[in-house]
Design a protein around this ligand. Structure first.
Ligand code: PXP
Length: 266
C-alpha cells in the first residue's frame, strides 16, 4: 500500500465511524424540580430522577440553575454532582454568581445560556458575537478549573464563528424554531430550519474540527429523528417532552423510548 492509500483508508474509516456514531442523550430534569416547587415540598426528587435516567441509559444529566431558582435549587446541584456516574451539564447564565457556583461544583460541562426573567423557557440562543470579551474571559475561568464549556446558540454563522474565537469546547444548536414549526404543522418551515441546522453543523465542523456540536430545545419523540440523523451531532439535550412522557410511562421507559426514537429502533 502506498502512503496515499493508507491515508485514504484511514480517512475513510474515520468518516465511516463518525457517520455511524449515534448522538448521545442528555436528559434535562428541570421539570422534575418544577413539579416539586409547585407545592414547595421535598418531592419528587431531582436526584432520584437523575439516577433513574442514568440507569435507563441516559448519557448525561442536564440541570439549569436559573437566577430566579424557579425549579432547580442550589442544593440540588451539589447533591446531583456528588452522585452522578455519567456527566453533569450545568446550564446557567454567564453571571458572576453562577461562575462562583460552577467553580465550586465543577460539573463536567457548563452550558452558557441567555436568561430573561419573564420567559417560560430559554427563548433564543446566546449572543456570543455581542459579548466576546466578557465570554472569552468567563470561559477561560471555567476551563481553568477543568470544566468544559458549551455555548447555546442559534444556528447562525456569526455565532458559530464567535464561539470558536471565544475558545468554547462545544456549541449547542438551538432547535426551538424547528420544533415550533412542527407544532403548527408548518412542514416547509420545519424543513427550512432543518436545513439551517445541518448547514450550521457543517460550518462548525469546518471552523473547528475539535469543537463538539450538540443540539436541543423542543425535541420530542416525533421530531427528534431528523436531528439525531445529522452527521456530526454529538449529543441531544432533551427535557420537557421526555418528562411529559414519563408522566404516563415512567421515567426509565421515557428515556428508553426517546433513545429508540432517536435511533428509530422498536
Ligand atoms: N438545551 C438548552 C440550552 C435548554 O435551555 C433547554 C431547556 O431548558 C433544553 C436544551 C431542553 O429543552 P426542552 O426542555 O424543550 O427539551
Amino acid at each position: 500500500m502506498t502512503n496515499t492509500t493508507v491515508v485514504q483508508a484511514a480517512n475513510l474509516t474515520e468518516n465511516l465511524e463518525s457517520s455511524l456514531k449515534k448522538p448521545l442523550l442528555g436528559v434535562n430534569i428541570d421539570h422534575v424540580a418544577t413539579l416539586r416547587q409547585a407545592r414547595g415540598v421535598s418531592y419528587p426528587s431531582p436526584l432520584a430522577a437523575a439516577l433513574l435516567c442514568e440507569q435507563a441509559g441516559a448519557d448525561g444529566i442536564t440541570i439549569h440553575l436559573r437566577e430566579d431558582r424557579r425549579h432547580i435549587q442550589d442544593a440540588d446541584v451539589y447533591e446531583i454532582a456528588e452522585q452522578l456516574t455519567t456527566r453533569m451539564n450545568l446550564e446557567m447564565a454567564a453571571t458572576t454568581e453562577m461562575l462562583e457556583i460552577a467553580r465550586k461544583v465543577k460539573p463536567f460541562w457548563v452550558c452558557l445560556v441567555p436568561e430573561k426573567r419573564a420567559e417560560l423557557t430559554t427563548e433564543g440562543g446566546l449572543d456570543v458575537a455581542g459579548q466576546m470579551p466578557w465570554l472569552t474571559d468567563y470561559i477561560a475561568k471555567l476551563q481553568a478549573v477543568g470544566i468544559k464549556v458549551s455555548l447555546f446558540i442559534d444556528p447562525e454563522d456569526k455565532q458559530i464563528a464567535a464561539a470558536v474565537t471565544c475558545g468554547a469546547d462545544a456549541i449547542e444548536l438551538h432547535t426551538g424554531a424547528y420544533a415550533e414549526a412542527g407544532l403548527v404543522c408548518n412542514i416547509d418551515k420545519m424543513n427550512a430550519e432543518l436545513t439551517r441546522i445541518k448547514q450550521a453543523v457543517r460550518t462548525a465542523q469546518d471552523a473547528d474540527s475539535n469543537m463538539l456540536i450538540n443540539a436541543g430545545h423542543g425535541l420530542t419523540r416525533d421530531n427528534v429523528y431528523a436531528i439525531a440523523q445529522i452527521n456530526g451531532i454529538y449529543e441531544l439535550n432533551i427535557g420537557h417532552a421526555l418528562i411529559a412522557d414519563a408522566v404516563f410511562v415512567g421515567l426509565e421507559q421515557a428515556v428508553i423510548m426517546m433513545k429508540n426514537a432517536m435511533h428509530q429502533s422498536a
